[in-house]
Ligand binder design. Structure first.
Ligand SMILES: [Fe+2]
Length: 133
């Protein structure tokens, strides 16, 4: 579950936030023994929302043609995350749910970044290069 250079989009703000998301998802697993899972889950929930909204602002200001589609993907994942958190709250044995959340966040992020965030980054960086000329 480690952030690797192949996940870099080239947009510094997005990359920084992605790294933080991977760090927090890992914290989740480290903290299973220390009782700080709840705090990390809450942080993760807030940070995911902030990250999605920051990305969507970049989409809008740059006139990204796939902004609506991308926003829909974010909404789907936010919903899935909410469901997983509810499962965590309800579970008697919480550790397996934490592990599921950890791997689901990592897997979703990896795929989403490789496909959709990188596609946006190509558009965004080209557009920026164009406007600087
Ligand atoms: Fe995204």
């Amino acid at each position: 579950m480690i952030w690797t250079k192949s996940l870099e989009t080239g947009v510094p703000k997005i990359d920084e936030q992605h790294k933080e998301l991977f760090r927090q998802a890992d914290n989740l697993v480290d903290k299973t023994q220390t009782g700080r899972v709840e705090a990390t889950l809450n942080f993760l929930k807030g940070y995911v929302a902030k990250h999605f909204s920051d990305e969507e602002i970049l989409h809008r200001v740059s006139g990204y043609p796939k902004a609506d589609f991308h926003k829909k993907l974010h909404e789907e994942f936010s919903r899935a995350l909410r469901d997983m958190f509810a499962k965590y709250q309800a579970a008697a044995n919480k550790q397996p749910v934490v592990l599921t959340i950890n791997s689901a966040v990592a897997a979703w992020l990896r795929e989403h970044i490789m496909k959709h965030d990188k596609e946006f980054a190509v558009y965004y960086l080209a557009k920026q290069a164009g406007t600087k000329k």
